[in-house]
Write a protein that binds this ligand. Structure first.
Ligand code: PLP
Length: 407
């Protein structure tokens, strides 16, 4: 494995990927997927759909390629997509953004988040995230030379909630960015208005920018509702809202993302983005523009079916995990459920995941991979993330196999 000596060594170290001998390991996601391939286990680790997104949107991409839209798109993104993002924000949330100055198209949400952190935070400044957190956050905070501060989510009445007291205590004069994620990967938590009010009040008080990762904005279940923090009083002027087509449309390989917010902040993100990738995903931008504009309502109908089906698949997996003996926190959104292995006698989720192919022919990802070293607090050390964005028969077979743990 590689041995990094430059600045990026700090980045991989912050991501927990440097082995005791100084070499750089693969991410746990790659490791667990390789484990699944090697052992023939069912991969409920990595979260990508095993069926395609809507056919009419795929056709729009084909049409864009055939129409010759294959050269570099404009730096900020094609106008059709910027307008569609603005329309989407207005239609779903009543948020108004100017497509010319307040929307930037990026190579997935990942690039938007990286460019935002690199643009706005630096040495001596703090970036606050929830814990557990999406794995790229720690890497880009380290790349910016900033300090990563985390606030844990905790289980309250059967769902993961923000530790409000810990959050208030963590925001201070050195906080530059609050990097939020709701609906939340890996816990499936959907922050409610009261929690977001706490975040917003702290951001206003300390004059902090909120960068909010909303890639699962449409994948919420039961009575839960996604509330964009940009819509709270005084927040539009200090919030960068990040989303992408990957999760919403089940086209995770297209890597079409965007960021929306006040022109000055979006400009700063663009200043970094132009030297990361410059542009990307040309023809797919037109297809996503069609999907978001959705003149004929086909995308809305497809999405409603997807959410209904994901909700059923979530229930199937959650019930199976409970039957197998896990403690399960039923998620309100996303592709994922977190299950605790302690009732099965496993205190260490990483160890459980390493043995799971042998014990049950299934692969999951330890939640410790979403936590800082040594900060994997009480709740998360023994926790495992499983995905339910797999076809129902795959989940049924996974659940059947997991039942072996009980014996
Ligand atoms: C999948 C995911 C992303 C990455 O989105 P892309 O559009 O594929 O770059 C970002 N944040 C979270 C929380 C995710 O789960």
């Amino acid at each position: 494995m590689a041995h990094l000596t430059g600045r990026w060594n700090d980045v991989v170290r912050a991501a927990g990927l440097v082995a005791p001998d100084g070499t750089v390991r693969a991410t746990v996601f790659a490791e667990m997927s390789a484990l699944a391939t090697r052992t023939g286990a069912i991969n409920l680790g990595q979260g990508f759909p095993d069926v395609d997104g809507p056919a009419h949107v795929a056709e729009a991409a084909v049409a864009a390629i055939r129409a010759g839209r294959n050269q570099y798109p404009p730096g900020p993104g094609v106008p059709e997509l910027r307008s569609a993002v603005a329309l989407h924000q207005e239609r779903h949330y009543g948020l108004r953004v100017d497509p010319d100055t307040e929307v930037l198209v990026t190579v997935g949400a990942t690039e938007a988040l990286a460019a935002a952190v690199l643009a706005l935070a630096g040495p001596g400044e703090e970036v606050l995230t929830l814990e557990p957190y999406y794995d790229s956050y720690a890497a880009v905070v380290a790349a910016a030379g900033a300090t990563h501060v985390t606030v844990p989510l905790r289980v309250v009445d059967g769902s993961y909630r923000l530790d409000v007291e810990a959050f208030r205590a963590a925001v201070g004069p050195r906080t530059r960015i609050i990097l939020l994620n709701s609906p939340h990967n890996p816990t499936g938590a959907v922050l409610d208005r009261a929690e977001l009010e706490v975040v917003a009040a702290a951001a206003r008080e300390h004059d902090v920018v909120v960068v909010t990762d909303e890639v699962y904005e449409h994948l919420v279940y039961d009575e839960a509702q996604h509330v964009p923090i940009a819509g709270l009083p005084g927040m539009a002027e200090r919030t960068l809202t990040v989303s992408s087509a990957g999760k919403t449309l089940s086209f995770t390989g297209w890597k079409v993302g965007w960021v929306a917010g006040p022109a000055a902040l979006v400009d700063a993100v663009r200043a970094v983005k132009q030297y990361l990738t410059y542009v990307g995903s040309g023809p797919f931008q037109y297809a996503v523009a069609d999907a978001l504009t959705d003149d004929d309502g086909r995308t809305r109908a497809w999405l409603a079916d997807l959410v209904g089906s994901l909700e059923k698949r979530r229930d199937l997996l959650c019930e199976g995990l409970e039957t197998a003996g896990f403690d399960v926190v039923v998620p309100q959104g996303t592709y994922f459920v977190v299950a605790d292995g302690r009732p099965l006698g496993f205190d260490d989720g990483a160890e459980l995941c390493a043995r799971l192919p042998d014990l049950a022919g299934v692969v999951g990802v330890p939640v410790s991979a979403f936590c800082r070293d040594g900060a994997t607090g009480e709740g998360f050390r023994s926790a495992v993330r499983f995905t339910f964005v797999k076809q129902e028969d795959v989940l049924r077979e996974g659940v059947r196999r997991l039942a072996a743990l009980r014996r």
